[in-house]
Design a protein around this ligand. Structure first.
Ligand SMILES: Nc1ncnc2c1ncn2[C@@H]1O[C@H](COP(=O)(O)OP(=O)(O)O)[C@@H](O)[C@H]1O
Ligand SMILES: [Mg+2]
Length: 266
């Protein structure tokens, strides 16, 4: 890991500029994110890492167009994000599949919502389902699948309309440790093959180190960026990567940083 992130010579895809979100609550206004700025370049895998309540989901809410900022803005390829858009895919913590639809039908939901040609996109959906090893289950219903399989369907659904940017809000948090590791490998492969830009939210240090080109560390009250770290461990990363000294050192450094953040918060 390097002290300061080296900016890759790729165009900026997502530009988050002076973003502030203040919620009205019964105890008065709560500033969840305060004056947060960062840029994500095309093809980059960036993780936002921070303790619970530091404003990660709020940040993602703005970038996904579901939440209006109080000040500042998020821009995608230069245009302000003011609502949900077709060139962004979102994966949430729970797969939120429709129980009455099959795997293939669930994957096609964004295609129908966006009124894209279903026949043409069915081929793409089937190719993506194959990519995550679920071809045998394409006509199964969500309740016939394991949690990990459902989450893979959720990821494929977010990719079906070929968005430029994939947003993921703690997508593996509800899975057991073994499945989580497998899903990280799977996501790395999807990211490599589909050549997407990913903004990945997590509170797991090893997950962030394993997946990211860059890790943006947030601290709470109010949510802000305290560190922006390049993660240059060689790819493709495998389960062996997690035992390498570089990986362990990166995790330890982030753990120490978190201890400091928490000590400062109390
Ligand atoms: N709708 C809301 N109304 C009031 N406060 C909120 C709302 N949503 C989130 N918050 C507060 O904003 C802060 C950041 O929340 P959130 O973005 O969900 O954090 P994270 O995803 O990092 O856990 C927390 O203090 C939370 O209680
Ligand atoms: Mg959250």
């Amino acid at each position: 890991m390097q002290e300061k992130a080296v900016q890759p010579a790729r165009p900026v895809l997502l530009d988050i500029d002076g973003l502030t979100v203040t919620y009205a609550s019964s105890r008065g206004p709560v500033t969840a994110v305060n004056n947060l700025s960062t840029k994500v370049h095309a093809g980059e895998f960036v993780s936002v890492l921070g303790p619970s309540g530091c404003g990660k989901s709020t940040l993602l809410g703005v970038v996904s167009g579901l939440l209006r900022p109080t000040a500042g803005q998020a821009k995608l390829e230069g245009s302000a994000i003011t609502g949900p858009r077709a060139d962004v895919g979102v994966v949430f913590q729970r797969p939120t599949l429709l129980p009455w639809l099959t795997v293939l039908e669930n994957v096609l939901v964004p295609v129908r919502t966006m009124r894209l040609p279903v026949k043409q996109y069915t081929e793409r959906a089937e190719a993506l389902i194959e990519m995550v090893g679920l071809t045998r289950f394409r006509n199964h219903y969500p309740n016939e699948l394991s949690g990990g399989m459902q989450q893979r369907v959720g990821i494929v659904r977010a990719l079906v309309h070929d968005p430029k940017l994939l947003l993921m809000d703690e997508p593996f948090a509800a899975l057991d440790a073994m499945t989580r590791e497998k899903m990280s490998l799977e996501l790395q492969r999807i990211w490599t093959e589909a050549k997407k830009t990913v903004l990945f939210i997590t509170h797991s240090i090893p997950e962030a180190v394993f997946l990211s080109d860059r890790i943006v560390v947030m601290s709470s009250s109010p949510g802000r960026i305290v560190e922006d770290i390049a993660c240059d461990i060689a790819r493709p990363r495998t389960l062996d990567t997690m035992e390498q000294p570089g990986f362990t050192a990166a995790c330890n450094r982030l753990r120490r940083l978190f201890d400091k953040i928490e000590a400062a918060a109390h």
